[in-house]
Design a protein around this ligand. Sequence first.
Ligand code: AHG
Ligand code: MN
Ligand code: MN
Length: 335
Amino acid sequence: MSQRKQTLGEFIIENQASFKYTSGELSRLINSIRLAAKVVNHEVNKAGLVDILGAVGDTNIQGEDQQKLDVYANEKFIQTMTKRNIVCGIASEEEDDFIAINSQDENHQNKYVVLIDPLDGSSNIDVNVSVGTIFSIYRRVTPVGTPVTIEDFLQKGNQQVAAGYVVYGTSTMIVYTTGDGVNGFTLNPAIGTFYLSHPNMQFPENGRIYSVNEGNYIHFPKGIKDYIKYCQMEEGDRPYTSRYIGSLVSDFHRNMIKGGIYMYPKSSTASNGKLRLLYECNPMAFLAEQANGKASDGFERIMDIQPTELHQRVPFICGSKNMVEKAEEFMRNAE
Ligand code: AHG
Ligand code: MN
Ligand code: MN
């Protein structure tokens, strides 16, 4: 008889002790993300029904207009994390500035800050293609008892205590790390429970998939153009396969399972690329490294970059170790 799979709830409790701060707050925080993920998943799943349900008065009890899903996801994640006494501040791709949680934390006792991209790949919603949520968790650096400040958010990625994503795909998964490997949990929608389906996820060291928006090729730096040509060359196990969904979460998830590289380089029209260091690149870099992969801006380790502003963008190359190192070699040689 096959062994019953562990649920995410059981996994969180059982692994609490392996985390260096064992007060249980981080576990409760991940639990709140699990809950918000289920709520957002429910909404994402009926995205195509919004107009139909709205027409029969099934939604909008308060008479409000149906919100865009990225705004909805933003509110759900913020609401869920605000209610528990763990988080002192949240920064989101959808908010201009960080949110200080004063209402529930008057004496500033909460120790964690969370940074999120509530809905990643949002342009894919209208066409029924997978989207995601990305989260990144740090301990505050300012003293407990004082208000949270921008300093608490502008920490290097190498200070993250946990990071992960939810992928709302053909099935819905939560994949996360607390610095002790990467584990993936799949939602059984019939009973609303996540089960450990992908223990100890690892990027294959080599891969055969490259993911980049090649429509921007003409604007890419020489090193990236040269690497793309290398991927397309007939030699050894090449040419590689090109796969680009346009949802970082989904492209990353596929590449981690199959082996591959994701690139969003700088270009002549966007000097730092598009992706955000704090909400997208750092959490994905932490996951990549925990899964034996690599993440760099072409020259430097993503997690060693000192952030200077909340919405900072950075070129991003991430995936199977040997592929990222090859791309870096092309970048160096093109200097
Ligand atoms: P978001 O929906 O959070 O703004 O992020 C979209 C990001 C990323 O998920 C994706 O890989 C990339 O933008 C796609 O950008 P292009 O359409 O420029 O390729
Ligand atoms: Mn995004
Ligand atoms: Mn987004």
